[in-house]
Design a protein around this ligand. Structure first.
Ligand code: SF4
Length: 459
């Protein structure tokens, strides 16, 4: 398998300057909405703290809560399955579908099924799978993966959608009016819901003391998919468990505000059993998650409630697009999850971070994302996974930064020499740093010198 290369993919995204700026603005708009929504409730920081504590406690007692959940769900007539990995998950889902002779499935948004590559697996077995979230349907038509976990088609403009719908649904190619396009999608999806033999949904929260699951959507597509067909399969990672029903309100208040700035997701649906004459299954998957629990540095990543706030605020994600991460979950949390899972394959991701800390600042469950990415860099260095060029630069930096005298001598030389060097020499092909950046004008004095002579007011 070839190593994923974030800088290369990001370069491709950035090459379309207009689209890059548009993407940046679109996500910043969502980030601002999140800020307003979070400030509208004075107890916001308390909620974050509670959420963090509940999640940390649950992860420390995950075996207990998973068993409690299984017992309570079973009492409600739900069939619970456990899968150790993606392959087992896909086989379990397929066997349930096969048993019911299912040919057509409607599926609401589930990052887990993306992670397990469920769609191509089922399609190979002759089962039609229709993603019913509007953004997901758009990217499914285009045979692309989602580029964001909450806004899967955020990389596309309405004109792109008009072209895609024209090709797939026969709409007017030149009409990119969102209402027109949404109506066409709704009509198309209604037909799919009515034809479907089964509905697959993700799970936002699984409640141990009730044995039920909660699914949040803004389009009501999970509700349609789980109430029209008689068979409902909900797929979840082991980390979706919360202990009690009363804990849910903390997460629902945080989730929608962090994700899109809404006070609550439009549809927050509770499933505590199958519909009349129906059947409900829950597939609980590990797929490498348990490994996180043994790592003090990275286990908090399991607390993620998939709100996407860290992506919306990340200056790198906003300017490089979700596909550049080459992982099912992009942005800061995706970088940490991917690097932990396969450091070699995703070795460039932890360097796609400015360490500004904005992600940790907005994260509703207080995951230390910037520290995790910083730690990954050290681990990659220790494991000798990063490139020789980077290793040498890091070694030299350590040497210089460890010696105040050397640092100050080199600073003095650089301030004197750089202004004298012709630009052509500075911006040579070996100076990768200078490709997208201008070297700032050199100050005549160092910070230390200015501080000593009292020219800097540190108050
Ligand atoms: S890491 Fe935090 S901010 Fe990012 S998606 Fe998960 S919960 Fe949201």
């Amino acid at each position: 398998m070839s190593i994923h290369n974030h800088p290369k993919k990001a370069k491709e995204f950035v090459s379309n300057d207009e689209r890059m700026h548009w993407h940046d603005k679109a996500l910043w708009f969502v980030r601002e909405k999140r800020d307003k929504a979070s400030k509208s409730i004075p107890e916001w920081e308390k909620l974050r703290e509670y959420a963090q504590q509940i999640k940390t406690h649950t992860m420390a007692n995950l075996d207990k809560y998973l068993l409690e959940f299984e017992e309570n769900a079973t009492k409600r007539g739900i069939k619970v399955h456990f899968a150790k990995d993606a392959k087992e998950h896909n086989e379990i889902v397929y066997n349930i579908l096969k048993e019911h002779q299912v040919k057509k499935v409607v599926k609401s948004k589930s990052m887990l099924t993306e992670e397990c590559h469920l769609n191509p697996f089922l399609e190979k077995k002759g089962i039609e799978v229709v993603d019913t979230d509007l953004g997901e349907r758009i990217v499914q038509f285009r045979k692309e993966p989602p580029s964001h976990i909450v806004l899967p088609a955020i990389h596309l403009k309405k004109e792109d959608v008009a072209k895609t719908f024209h090709k797939e649904l026969g709409t007017d190619e030149n009409n990119s009016d969102p209402t027109y396009l949404t109506r066409a999608a709704r009509e198309h999806l209604r037909g799919k819901f009515l034809e479907a033999d089964a509905g697959i949904t993700g799970v936002n929260f699984a409640i141990a003391n009730t044995g039920g699951v909660v699914v949040c959507t803004n389009e009501g597509n999970a509700d349609m998919g789980s109430s029209l067909p008689k068979l409902h399969i909900a797929c979840m990672g082991i980390e979706k468990i919360i202990p009690r029903l009363q804990d849910l309100s903390i997460f629902t208040r945080l989730l929608a505000r962090s994700a899109t700035g809404q006070p609550i997701t439009t549809y927050t649906s509770h499933y505590h059993g199958a519909i009349e004459n129906g059947e409900m299954h829950i597939v609980i998957v590990d797929n490498n998650r348990a490994n996180f629990l043994s790592s003090n540095k990275y286990k908090k990543a399991l607390n993620c409630i998939r709100c996407g706030a860290c992506m919306n605020t990340c200056p790198v994600y906003r300017r490089s697009g979700g596909h550049s991460y080459d992982y099912v979950i992009p942005g800061p949390i995706g970088s940490s999850l991917a690097t932990f899972r396969d450091p070699k394959l995703h070795k460039t991701l932890s360097f796609a971070c400015s360490l500004c800390g904005s992600c940790s600042n907005v994260c509703p469950v207080k995951i230390d994302l910037d520290s995790q990415l910083y730690n990954h860099r050290q681990d990659l260095y220790e494991k000798n996974i990063i490139s020789t060029k980077k290793r040498v630069v890091m070694k030299l930096s350590v040497w210089v930064l460890n010696s105040p005298i050397l640092f100050s001598i080199l600073g003095k030389i650089t301030r004197k020499i750089v202004p004298l060097i012709p630009k052509k020499i500075i911006y040579n092909r070996f100076n990768i740093w200078g490709k997208q950046r201008d070297i700032p004008n050199m100050p005549t004095k160092s910070f230390k010198e200015l501080y000593k002579e009292g020219s800097i007011d540190v108050k």
